[in-house]
Design a protein around this ligand. Structure first.
Ligand SMILES: [Zn+2]
Length: 311
């Protein structure tokens, strides 16, 4: 039973939105690529874990603070007497272990993922104890990418290699149980203790004038799009959607990147590279936002969310 499903993180949404319109430098690009890869691995694992469906409670993406230390959990699965803790790695290519240290195939040392897992395990154990839960933690480092090879790995490490993932999930599946009240209480506690990650120190400096304007494609994110009648057509992947949906998405992107800027018809028209008329933008803003001020000071602010299907 999936209690907290996998969702793209706020951090990922932010950087994806920014980098659709802003070219990152090499370091930022590497950071973003790593982020994308990590999240992709978690998404794939979440789909596999969903199949376990044996009564266990599954929660994804949790971030806690315990004794002034932050720790992030990719996924947990609460079974009868065991809380499985999963750290998912989407590593690709060759890696090896030597004297307890981890290296890429090129010999570059990387952060030891087993130590990382142990740290999370200790902090999670303290968290459970503090809140009066008596479950044993079993941690596993899941290597999800079929292109991953690990040389010289001792057999006693808590790692599940790509060729072992299916077997491992099958074993979990083979132990059906009915969750009790304490399992649900634990799930609630984990959710209520979850924090949103603060990634502000990772955000590069950017300015409105530097960003590419236009309506992006909902599927491939390309700005190479055209408006024909009421359709927004992507010239890159040929995806077609209602132009209104595209404008709403771009307004949300504007708000995400410029939370302090006033939303006016003019600025949204510019943000959409004048691909839609001010009349259309005014209609959409009036439909989803609350109008404030008069004349030149007219702007729009967030209203109660309305049903997007009304469009
Ligand atoms: Zn596209």
């Amino acid at each position: 039973m999936v209690i907290k499903p996998y969702e793209e993180t706020k951090k990922m949404q932010f950087f994806r939105t920014l980098y659709t319109r802003f070219d990152p430098d090499e370091e930022q690009r590497q950071y973003y690529d790593g982020l994308k890869k990590g999240e992709e691995g978690e998404r794939i694992f979440s789909e596999l874990l969903r199949e376990v469906n044996n009564g266990s409670l599954i929660l994804h993406n949790l971030l806690f603070e315990q004794l002034n230390s932050l720790f992030q959990i990719d996924a947990v699965l609460a079974a009868q007497k065991i809380l499985h803790l999963f750290e998912v790695k989407n590593f690709q290519g060759d890696y090896y272990i030597e004297s307890g240290k981890w290296y890429t195939g090129y010999g570059t040392e990387i952060q030891n993922p087993v130590s990382q897992l142990r740290r999370s395990e200790i902090l999670l154990q303290q968290f459970l104890k503090k809140h009066g839960f008596n479950l044993k933690i079993k941690s596993s480092l899941i290597f999800i990418n079929p292109e991953f090879t690990l040389y010289l790995a001792p057999r006693n490490l808590p790692i599940i290699l790509p060729t072992q993932v299916n077997r491992f999930l099958h074993q979990l599946k083979g132990n059906p149980f009915k969750p009790g009240k304490s399992h649900f209480t634990l799930a609630e506690k984990l959710i209520s203790s979850h924090m949103e990650e603060n990634f502000s120190d990772r955000i590069p400096h950017y300015h409105y004038d530097q960003l590419k304007k236009g309506l992006d494609c909902a599927t491939c994110r390309s700005l190479n799009t055209i408006v024909k009648g009421s359709s927004l057509i992507c010239l890159n992947c040929k995806h077609v959607e209602k132009v209104d949906l595209g404008v709403v998405r771009c307004i949300k992107q504007f708000q995400l990147l410029f939370p302090k800027k006033k939303m006016t018809v003019n600025i949204i028209e510019d943000w959409c590279a004048s691909m839609v008329s001010p009349k259309t933008i005014r209609r959409i803003l009036a439909k989803y936002y609350i109008i404030k001020g008069f004349g030149k000071a007219t702007h729009y602010v967030e209203s109660e969310p309305k049903n997007l299907e009304d469009l």
